[in-house]
Design a binder for this molecule. Structure first.
Ligand code: B12
Length: 259
């Protein structure tokens, strides 16, 4: 009896593994069909290409120099974010999924991008302050911190005071922070479908807390880029496909609220 149960359990495990391997292969094929995120004819396309080359060559000094040269040549910081750093990060993901880049390689490249974001930060702080306040983070379980960081930096460039909490902030602690910072907007980021439950948990916690009554909740990240009204389904006030549009959405929602 025990042996038969074990055999059935083993058969189920193999079947599950095979179907998840099939899913993984299907995803791989879909990614193979995705063209590179680096297009030499796009704005700052040549810089993006050189930056990616330097990352893949594991040449940190060249990567830093490439960005510094672009800034010195007058490239706006927003363009460096949107046309160099973001497509290069997405391209690393594509290559990782195609197994052209190891996990160690992706970690190395991402660490350089994070270092560069820190170096650029003094240029991100805008002289004109709007008096508005933002708390931004990746939801509980989400280790992808760069999307929320981009969002925070764009709000900072628009004159907001921003409080960026990094990766994986548990809902309860996040709500406390929103209250203590007197945030006008809470921006939360998810990268995978299985992080949507955490998103919903934060939105529900914010809605239940009277102190967050006036807080606008924005959600974003990959899953929200794939399904148009997913933000509505998780109970948020809005979403945006990128950091630039996130600022517009927040400002529109605030203006509509005070009209
Ligand atoms: C670096 C990286 C990691 C790093 C993150 C390190 C770090 N410190 O951040 C590590 C190694 C931890 C990691 C782990 C995993 N990763 Co990963 N990762 C990436 C990668 C290559 C880059 C992410 C990044 O930096 N993007 C750059 C930012 C700027 O772009 P963005 O996140 O899209 O954000 C923009 C918009 O989405 C939007 N946005 C984002 N957040 C918000 C929030 C709001 C409110 C708004 C309005 C807008 C907004 O604006 C941003 C700026 O314009 C991506 C590839 C990709 N396509 O993004 C894969 C990727 C996201 N990872 C993936 C996977 C599968 C994983 C793992 C499951 C792998 C594994 N088996 O362990 C784990 C999951 C970990 C976890 N629990 O979260 C997949 C997800 C596929 C999916 N959606 O199902 C991707 C897409 C790779 C791929 N091609 O398959 N990863």
């Amino acid at each position: 009896m025990v042996t038969r149960d074990r055999k059935r359990a083993a058969d189920e495990l193999v079947a599950r593994r095979e179907s998840s391997r099939d899913d993984a292969l299907a995803r791989l094929e879909a990614t193979a069909a995705t063209p590179s995120f680096i297009r030499p004819t796009a704005p700052l396309g040549a810089v993006a290409s050189s930056y990616l080359d330097a990352l893949l060559a594991r040449d940190r000094r060249r990567a830093v120099r490439t960005i510094r040269d672009a800034v010195d040549a007058g490239a706006p910081i927003k363009d460096i974010y949107a046309h160099v750093l973001e497509p290069c990060q997405h391209e690393l993901g594509r290559r990782w999924q195609l197994r052209q880049l190891s996990i160690a390689g992706e970690h190395y490249c991402t660490a350089i991008t994070q270092m560069i974001l820190s170096q650029l930060y003094p240029l991100v702080v805008s002289a004109d302050r709007s008096g508005r306040r933002l708390v931004a983070t990746a939801v509980d379980g989400n280790l992808h911190e760069i999307g929320a960081r981009f969002v925070a930096d764009y709000f900072e460039m628009a004159g907001w005071d921003t409080f960026y909490l990094g990766a994986s902030t548990p809902a309860e602690h996040l709500i406390q922070e929103v209250v203590q910072r007197r945030a006008d907007v809470l921006a939360i980021s998810a990268a995978l479908d299985d992080q949507l439950a955490s998103v919903r948990q934060v939105v529900t916690a914010a809605r239940r807390d009277d102190r967050c009554r006036d807080v606008i909740v924005l959600v974003g990240g990959q899953p929200f880029c794939m399904v148009d009204d997913l933000w509505r389904q998780v109970g948020a006030d809005g979403s945006a496909p990128n950091a630039e549009r996130a600022v517009h959405t927040a400002e529109q929602l605030l203006a509509a609220r005070s009209a």
